[in-house]
Design a protein around this ligand. Sequence first.
Ligand code: SF4
Length: 458
Amino acid sequence: MLNFTKFERVNPEKRDVLQRLKDYKEVYQVFTENKAREQADRCMQCGDPYCHTGCPLGNYIPAWLKQIATKDSKLAFSLSNQTSPFPEILGKICPHDVLCEGACSLNTGHGAVSIGAIETYISESAFETGMKPEFKAQKNGKKVAIIGSGPSGISAATFLLRRGFEVEMFERANKAGGLLMYGIPGFKLDKTAVDRRVNWLVEAGMKLNLNCEIGHDKKVSQLEKEFDAIYLAIGSTLSNKANIEGEEALNVHFAIDFLTGIQKRELGYKDAKYINVEDKKVVVIGGGDTAMDCVRTSVRENASSVKCLYRRDEINMPGSKKEVVNAKEEGVEFVFNVSPKSIKVKDSSAIAVELLKTTMSKPDSSGRQKVEINKGSEYLEEADVIILALGFSPEVPSFLKELNIETNSWGAVVINKEFKTSNKKVYAGGDCSRGAHLAVTAALDGREAAKAIVKDLL
Ligand code: SF4
């Protein structure tokens, strides 16, 4: 260990840009054994490891780095899977630069340990040797229904199955995984990784009901009667509008509709309806990870030009920096410090976005900078297709009312510190209660809600 002066930080290798633009296969390669060992060997084994605090799941990062560096892959796999429901997935999709790696003590000088890539290596290399997660607990006779199969639902199911609960999952789509399956493009996360985790849950005894919408295909009152607890993991699925004139035009789309349609086509759905952007000028409004997914998808769909319009500057972009770098490499153009004022429409179709230039204010005492609009700075950005990637709000399905679940003014399910809703049998977590956030925080909520259920029912 402590070999950070001997070895430089490296990222996993990326596929050549021209090759990766031709398909939806993952951009990053998994570390080789030697590279993973060498990179893990850079860890300083801090007494009070900031990386552990920077990871929402509180992963035992220095412990598994040490096991990889000293060649105990089995123990590394076991430690890594103890706190995380799907470490190989989060190792790929977490914005590491603002979480574990951002907090690593080496980050300010020698370069953070490549934590995410090593995390993926630990599980992927273990799977290759036939290792898989264990669900050994004796059945305890208690039954939990999970509504929603995204990261929060999968996480809750994992930790409940490990404690011997009978778990039944209800998903309205025809494939499990939620945003892991449909929201995140294949070039960031191969869908077989999601199927693999779901299949292991089914193997461990979870009953999975697909195409099953609660309140439509199954009454929620039935769930209340049949189960000892219900976990709501319904996500935050309503796309936010820009609230500007012209956004109802035919060729203005929400990011999730764009991403889902193409993902369904890539999964081979015969009836997949997707938004065709070939040879079109695509403009994506927004600067988060979903916006990056849209611009990078558009270049793969052979758009004639792809621009990302963001109202702040590059430093203040909210998503993962590596995704911005990847987007630039793939030919995306960024226009910073612009705010949409209206969408110009001709014959029901958008032809341009009217933009106002912005300036970032000086930081206030908390370091926050405001966006200031420059009056009279309007100009037009031509577009054939406009994609709005402005975040999500929680959907409020009617069954919440039937369950007497309290929601707040923006539609999020109200929970207490133990993840309990206003109905004592019902728990909730992830984006439906905290608002749209990261897969890793949804996984955290699923794990912690499972602990609360264990505490209440056993
Ligand atoms: Fe880092 Fe995310 Fe893995 Fe935590 S789960 S160690 S934040 S990559």
